[in-house]
Write a protein of this length. Structure first.
Length: 473
């Protein structure tokens, strides 16, 4: 791992730093593109080996693409060109690279495994990142349609998009033995979070029956009418991108996933991710404590019942036994105190932030109860990348970092509520169900403390929570 870190730092210093200060016109175009590609997948490699560290770009009512984010670091590169990464490898090469990534993922977990063949790994990453990045253009096209359609058909909504992280790709290939990288359907994904389940279904109906877009619907998964056993609910579409424009036909057939969730469905998913993150369990993948998994299955049915939709399989179909079982798990897992403890244990502190910042580095340390937030302007993404590399080098004990783009620091709570351990909507859903008194749920927007006290070294939080994989406090 130390050797890997040294190699990462060397490549970051060699490529990312100079590129941030090199005008595009002074570099021969092909060499510029090659260096940018190296910088991109060098950074991605660093993130993969950080053991769960994440980079993501989230868009709230518009924002740059991931490639445009990188273009801001190279002093004037054309965003349109940066977003148009075209597929350069055949499916056989893509699948070979994916199989090697799976092998590396398994080596990473095995202390007795031989050292990774790094030259081969770099070659595999070049293929994987080209294939992954080539989904950015069709993703933007489908996200733009989603945004304009949501504006016409919903009152309030939040749109997010991302290119799948390398660590997530590796994990998925590892979990599903028969999966091949060229078949993965969610390398590019966007999501709409809508106010009500009726708006979700209306938008889903539009895509299924009304929309005249040329993109082919490859698959539809209605997890509202047929919830997952985990309790997950939402509407998923996978589109095959299609364009009649000759310059865009290289993207035809690439698959993009679109997810639609109601506010309450998103609150459920946020709670799963929060408990998983703080307790060190992969609950999102239906792994970990059976008690927690059962609790979230029951809560999935509680939310479905509130939305007057089909319940989660293998949960009680009548309200009284459903709530009775839910109450047992809520008590045995100490859910209310635990979730309050997670939130109180996270002291969000805004570090000195550049004026006009639109990129934010979030560093969460559950064991210390701190969430540090640092802001950077779009033209200083290289500095953000440097600080991110430093953060990942210090990670351990469940700490996690993420680099995101949102319109302002106060939008971070809506964009990443799990990092703030913000499960307030979920807790109200549970508490109202158990009390038998349902009513509208309104929670204040999260505010990040920018006071002088917040800049000081953190004191011990009022509620100090300790966590272990079994979910015991």
């Amino acid at each position: 791992m130390a050797a890997h870190g040294q190699l990462i730092r060397q490549h970051l210093a060699t490529y990312v730093g100079p590129l941030a200060h090199t005008p595009q016109r002074s570099v021969e175009r092909s060499a510029f593109q090659q260096d940018l590609t190296i910088a991109r997948w060098t950074l991605r490699h660093a993130l993969h080996w950080a053991g769960g560290t994440r980079v993501a770009v989230l868009y709230d009512e518009g924002g740059p693409t991931e490639d445009e984010t990188l273009s801001a670091a190279v002093g004037g590169a054309d965003p349109g060109d940066m977003a148009r990464v075209e597929p350069a490898y055949d499916r056989e090469a893509i699948n070979r690279a994916g199989l090697f990534l799976r092998e590396v993922e398994r080596q990473r977990r095995d202390p007795t495994a031989e050292e990774t063949d790094m030259p081969r790994y770099w070659e595999a990453l070049e293929v994987i990142n080209n294939w992954r990045s080539s989904h950015a253009y069709p993703l933007n096209a489908i996200q733009a349609t989603l945004r304009s359609t949501a504006k016409r058909r919903a009152n309030k909504f939040l749109i997010a998009q991302r290119i799948k992280r390398l660590s997530s790709i590796a994990h998925k290939l590892d979990r599903f033995e028969k999966m091949r990288l060229s078949q993965m359907q969610d390398l590019g994904g966007c999501r709409a979070i809508l106010g009500t389940v009726a708006e979700v279904q209306d938008l889903a109906q539009f895509y299924s029956k009304v929309s005249r877009q040329k993109h082919e619907i490859a698959t539809v998964d209605d997890y509202i009418q047929q919830p997952k056993a985990s309790g997950y609910r939402g509407e998923h579409f996978v589109f095959k991108y299609h364009s009649d424009i000759k310059a865009n036909q290289c993207y035809n057939g690439l698959k993009i996933e679109l997810q639609l969730r109601s506010r309450y469905q998103h609150a459920w998913a946020t709670a799963v991710e929060t408990v998983g993150m703080f307790s060190g369990q992969a609950l999102k993948s239906s792994l970990g404590s059976e008690e927690w998994q059962r609790f979230f299955s029951l809560m999935g049915s509680v939310v479905a019942m509130r939305e007057k939709m089909p319940l989660v399989p293998d949960t009680p179909t009548q309200r009284a036994p459903l709530l009775a079982e839910l109450a047992q798990y809520a008590i045995s897992l100490n859910v209310t105190d635990r979730l309050h403890g997670y939130r109180n244990a996270v002291r969000a502190m805004q570090q000195p932030t550049q004026a006009g910042a639109s990129y934010f580095l979030l560093q969460l340390d559950p064991s210390e109860g701190t969430l540090s937030v640092s802001g950077y302007r779009a033209d200083n993404i290289a500095e953000a990348a440097k600080k991110y590399a430093e953060a990942e080098a210090k990670q351990g004990g469940g700490a996690d970092s993420v680099l995101v783009s949102v319109e302002s620091v106060n939008n971070l709570g809506r964009a990443y509520p799990n990092y703030f351990a913000d499960t307030r909507v979920f807790l109200q859903l549970m508490q109202q169900a158990l009390s038998g008194h349902s009513r509208g749920i309104v929670v204040p927007e999260l505010q990040i403390d920018t006071s002088a006290a917040a800049m000081a070294p953190p004191a011990a939080p009022t509620v100090k929570a300790t966590f272990n994989p079994n979910g015991q406090t």
